[in-house]
Write a protein that binds this ligand. Structure first.
Ligand code: M6R
Length: 368
């Protein structure tokens, strides 16, 4: 049931505050400590882990890229992220001390399933983060953390992405708690930030109208670029994937620092470039990204800047400015991805495409 929305995708974009809240529900205590009862892996075993490998495909892979920053930062365990279809073909180094974390909305993605089978054959423990109860991937894993997003019907994943990030953060904080790499009060503070995101996602949705109007300008556009750094980089990749999938236009995401190493040659007059700007203040990357905005604008780009409230430094270089609520760097993907999803949804809809069932794509890819 679309409940009055034109597309399931749009409905699912609007469901994100609730979906993230439901994913967090019951998984932390009042004192801010984590409680992941469903992780049936003994704590002693979690203490011996010396490497984490996240395997996933598509949007879930980008959620994994976001998670890597948080997991390494909080747990100090080395964390790799790999496209599931590439994983087992490179003879990856896996030992019984390797923890493989797999992200899959459907739980039926064949590439991901083959990757975890391979990991388990080599003796690794596998934790699945999945949105579908009893699907094949969680059944074949050692433990599962369900993202309680509710069914996702649109082929383009939206609430799947946000809830995967949220679930990975719960896992990261839990590992930090078990291994003692963060003090209890630090964990409680971060958990507090995470728990505070649903109303902030709602605020982004309440203020989304200008993004829809912006999309109307680009019905004839051939190419759109996205820039970000740190966790903003996978957000950029995700924004580009949404546009490819449903609006059928060429879109690419780049780490903003890579611009000068090649991609800046693509910048031509009036090309729209989305830039995800890290929070100000303590975040040293803020100023670097601000100069990247100037660089592309000086070469004729139309800059679409996503920056937090009170960030005045970006104002002179933003042809279009969308305000994000103030959050810490690691929480920013949960708010910054939403306008990019809506931009793609609106543009595809205006072009008359079937937003929920884009050409050539299936909701779950059950062949390798
Ligand atoms: O069900 P999964 O999370 O395993 O699916 C993985 C990808 O196939 C999926 O995210 C795909 O990239 C989406 N269509 C993206 O919108």
């Amino acid at each position: 049931e679309k409940q009055g929305y034109d597309w399931f995708m749009r409905k699912e974009i609007y469901e994100q505050p609730q979906a993230v809240a439901d994913t967090l529900l019951g998984r932390y205590n009042e004192d801010g400590s984590l409680k992941l009862d469903e992780l049936h892996i003994p704590e002693a075993e979690l203490r011996t882990i010396d490497k984490i490998i996240i395997v996933a495909c598509g949007t879930a892979y980008y959620a994994g890229m976001v998670a890597k920053y948080a997991i390494e930062h909080w747990t100090r365990i080395a964390c790799e992220v790999e496209i599931a279809s590439e994983f087992r073909y490179r003879d990856p180094i896996i030992t019984p001390r390797t923890l493989v974390v797999t992200l899959s909305q459907s739980g039926e993605t064949a590439d991901t399933l083959m990757a975890i089978r391979h990991a388990r054959e080599q003796g690794a423990k596998v934790i699945a983060i999945c949105n579908t109860n009893g699907a094949t991937i969680p059944r074949e894993s050692d433990a599962v953390i369900y993202t309680h997003a509710g069914p996702e019907i649109g082929v383009a994943s939206t609430k799947g992405f946000l809830t995967q990030v949220a679930a990975c953060y719960l896992l990261g904080l839990y590992l930090a708690q078990v291994r003692g790499t963060k003090f209890g009060d630090e964990i409680a503070a971060i958990m507090g930030e995470l728990a505070a995101t649903p109303p902030l996602i709602q605020r982004v949705l309440d203020e989304i109208e200008p993004i829809k109007q912006l999309a109307a300008k680009y019905a004839e556009q051939k190419s759109v670029l996205f820039l970000g750094r740190h966790v903003g980089y996978p957000v950029a990749l995700e924004g580009a994937l949404k546009l490819k999938e449903i609006a059928y236009l060429h879109a690419e995401g780049f780490p903003a620092g890579e611009l000068k190493h090649g991609p800046i040659a693509l910048v031509e007059n009036q090309i729209p470039i989305f830039v995800v700007v890290p929070p100000q203040g303590r975040d040293q990357l803020h100023d670097k990204v601000t100069s990247n905005i100037q660089e592309v604008r000086a070469r004729g780009a139309f800059t679409i800047v996503l920056a937090e409230d009170d960030d005045e430094e970006v104002i002179p270089y933003a042809d279009f400015l969308f305000r994000l609520p103030k959050v810490s760097t690691l929480m920013q993907p949960l708010v910054a991805t939403v306008p990019l999803q809506m931009f793609a949804c609106e543009l595809a809809s205006l072009k008359g495409y079937d937003v929920d069932q884009p050409r050539n794509l299936a909701k779950s890819v059950t062949v390798e």
